[in-house]
Design a binder for this molecule. Structure first.
Ligand code: ADP
Length: 182
């Protein structure tokens, strides 16, 4: 699996030495719980200040879209803030919006010359998206993006809980997901 451009690990995304970490933000961009809270705490005031500037300019961040800021005091260079969908039983458009969140984050990454990027398991915390379904969407979207992009060298799925880690390990060990992006 080391030769692949996609990998997963279990841990705290705020500690990673990558070009960009992705934040599962909310549309206000003003911070929140879960990974959003952890990123703002670890990165410090500079992130919130930039988020407020973006908010003043464009009124926050829509679901499925992404914006970029400094990573402040964290080892990464950038935070890409994206907003995943809140899960609902009727699921109108939620799958597509989750896919958009991953794709638009990767697009913004390439525009900023990011070569290594780490994602949390977007929408699987407070937003209650089913973890297995979210992982399938995340991996499929990243794989599709990498097929036509040659600049990003590494995408890391950072799992905070054991259940997500198990799901990613299983899906990523299945050849079909990776054979075409090695
Ligand atoms: P959402 O509102 O998109 O569901 P959450 O932050 O509630 O966002 O959860 C998204 C995922 O981030 C969850 O799987 C949660 O366990 C995980 N998470 C929480 N803290 C961290 C962290 N420090 N590093 C990586 N992942 C984290």
């Amino acid at each position: 699996m080391n030769s692949s451009r996609i990998e997963s690990l279990k841990g705290d995304i705020t500690k990673l030495h990558v070009d960009a970490i992705v934040n599962a933000a909310n549309t206000s961009l003003l911070g929140g719980g879960g990974v959003d809270g952890a990123i703002h705490r670890a990165g410090g005031q500079a992130i919130l200040e930039e988020c407020i500037r973006i908010r003043n300019r464009q009124g926050g961040c829509a679901v499925g879209e992404a914006v970029i800021t400094t990573a402040g005091n964290m080892p990464a260079r950038f935070v890409i803030h994206t907003v995943g969908p809140v899960w609902s039983k009727s699921n109108t458009g939620a799958d597509a919006l989750l896919s958009n969140a991953y794709r638009n984050s990767l697009q913004l990454a390439t525009e900023n010359k990011v070569k290594t990027i780490a994602f949390p398991n977007i929408s699987t915390g407070i937003y209650s998206f089913p973890k297995d379904k979210a992982a399938e969407i995340a991996i499929r979207t990243v794989k599709d993006f990498l097929l036509s992009d040659k600049k990003i060298e590494k995408v890391i799925f950072v799992c905070f809980d054991e259940e997500n880690y198990g799901i990613y390990q299983k899906l990523l060990s299945e050849d079909a997901y990776l054979s075409s992006v090695k």
